[in-house]
Design a protein around this ligand. Sequence first.
Ligand SMILES: [Zn+2]
Length: 63
Amino acid sequence: MPRGKRTVFMMQCSACSRRNGTVRLHRQNNKGVGWKDFKKTNKYCGKCRKKVIVKLKEERHST
Ligand SMILES: [Zn+2]
């Protein structure tokens, strides 16, 4: 199994742009869920005090 580069995505609130955590994903995980499916993810935002749709921004890590 090759050591693929993990891509780190930063989750950001679509309403207030608050950084809402990060998620490490391969292009597609072992459940067949591609990272693009996470674009529709709702996550609780502590600033908005409600669940919001998060935006994903790709971050690159060298390790
Ligand atoms: Zn927010």
